[in-house]
Design a protein around this ligand. Sequence first.
Ligand SMILES: Nc1ncnc2c1ncn2[C@@H]1O[C@H](COP(=O)(O)OP(=O)(O)OP(=O)(O)O)[C@@H](O)[C@H]1O
Length: 513
Amino acid sequence: MTDKPFLRMENIHKRFGDLVASGGVTLEVEKNEIHTLLGENGAGKSVLMNILCGVLAPNEGQIVYKGEPLRLGSPREAIRHGIGMVHQHFMLVPNLTVAENYVLGQGTPTRVINDREEVHRRIRALSDRYGLDVRPDALIQDLSVGEQQRVEILKVLFHGIDLLILDEPTAVLTPQETDRLLLLLRELVADGKTVIFISHKLDEVMRVSDRISVMRDARIVFTTAASETNPRELARMMVGRDVLMELPRAAVEPGRVVLSVDKLSCDSEIGLPAVRGVSFEVREKEIVGIAGVSGNGQSELALALTGLLPVKGGSVRLDGEEITGLPPSEVNRRPIAHIPEDRHKMGIVLPLPLTENVLLQRYDRAPFSSRGLLDFGAITDHTRDLIRRFRVKTSSENERIQNLSGGNQQKLVVARELARDPDFLLINQLTRGIDIGAMEMVMQEVLRQREAGRAILLISTELEELFAICDRILVMYHGELVGELPPDRSRLEEMGLLMAGHVGEAAARAVAH
Ligand SMILES: Nc1ncnc2c1ncn2[C@@H]1O[C@H](COP(=O)(O)OP(=O)(O)OP(=O)(O)O)[C@@H](O)[C@H]1O
């Protein structure tokens, strides 16, 4: 046993203009461990990992890997050294098969690339070994998010990696998929691999990690064995203060009905029944939650409410006006704000600066334009105000939004939508990718919207988020609303039963309350 670590990133500096993303980071990772990187949004976790996998070059510092200095010119070189990364946003080509995607990564010897049977055989063998359920000839576009995640992981294994980096792999997974992934990571480590894991979810970090390092302001400030810490200490190390999560809620009486949905039905994009006759109302000064395992019609419900998916039956009324089936451009003229599930697909335009992303769908409205002319002063002032209020980490309002960290992109989308002054606020996954300190701030902002009289529908797979801010929670299962519960943590078990479709059992538990 040598005392040299498996990996040492030493005094790593990375600057983008004036912005310091790594300010002299030193990180040591031992062979055969799961080492978690924690830190606030924009702390520099992804940048550091992008340096380790050859996507970015550091300005200073060195990497020593397996006792040798490592200089990487590209991800391909990193893969050749056995280092592979699964990024926050999947990098698969949707209209190619799994096997075709794998051989696109050129780290594989040419002989194998040319031998389709051999590629398929290796994929099947790895899939069987780790129970990944990946079919080599499946088209990526036909796979669920969880399946695509497994395809990404198997891709890295296919290239023979020893050090696997996963950047927020559980952000879009269901709790069941997360459990499965965490087990897989332990199996990989038992098989001699080493894992670096990034997540904002402290419970899973505590469950899976051997050691944990916390980044703050572009540096590592704390490294510990998981067995010697707890979520509270980790939160404090990340954010620099205690994080409460018990948010003060003003007692307000719900007012008039703002959104009224009656027997609404719609199909999914591939034509299967997704929402089956759901009815509910959302009133002023009320946050109504929709809980459910993802894939039970919640996404389609959000799209149907905003005109992005055709309605098959039923009606949607906003402020008493029938808006069922209106095209998105018309819905957008109504006082609705929408925080979408997938910010990259719907929330933002990556190559545009923050100012123009704030302006999306509002370029023809005061205060951003008057008499057909854009008022750049007003746009800049408004964007700066959002950046300040929501503590979005960016070098300036003119930065392209793609250069912001994932959590900071989400904060900007939330800030933009809350500032629209809507009557009805539709939120599908509020805190996806957001760190725990910012999560508290964002949830407080949503509560403020409630007090200001908005009607809010919060669709979420995060039960903690729903319990923290909702007034009542509806549970969706197989396209139907199967129950309603108060946001009372003692009813968690009932909620779990409803989410799994065990309506009768849940009703039996409810009698006990
Ligand atoms: N290509 C780039 N150009 C300019 N700035 C960048 C670029 N890439 C990253 N940054 C900046 O570097 C800082 C660190 O970003 P990074 O993505 O590493 O954060 P993170 O810790 O992974 O955050 P999150 O938890 O939100 O994913 C951020 O302020 C980000 O805006």
